[in-house]
Design a protein. Sequence first.
Length: 179
Amino acid sequence: MKEAIVARAYAQSIYTLGEEQKIDVTEEMTNLTMVINENNNLETVLFLDVFTIEEKQAVLNDVLVKLGLSGLVKNVLNFLMEEKRINILPLIFKELVVLDDHKKGFMRGIIEGREGSVDKEFETKIHAFLKEKLGTDPILTYKQNEKLTAGFRVTVEDLQLDATLDNQLNKLKSEILNS
């Protein structure tokens, strides 16, 4: 929980500095994250305590130069490395994406269901409902969840609409036990 709060503070600061300097830090961090995710050796060097900070910084700086990232992002990453907080980089990146989405006027959400795909009519209806309720245009992705018995669960940030059979059975059980 503490790491999430720290990551949010870093992300807000980085995002604000990026806006002031007219740098799309979210795009730059997305490019870096993609490179890290595609290269297990790079991920190992950056996030495991096997290597010294100097070794990590040398590798990181080579990557940053090849990606052509701004001085702001380079300084932030080197600062995280020196402060031994590079391990929260994925959390910072997640928070940056959320901030960027909000700035652009939309939110990301997940529709979960047991089936392999969601009915397009249902997806259109839930999208319209969320757009009206939240006042922004949600970007919804579908995720199959075989742990659900039937129905759908929609999560957009801290809003969750749970129309699963499991949820309905739990509510019924609770009502019976508490009456």
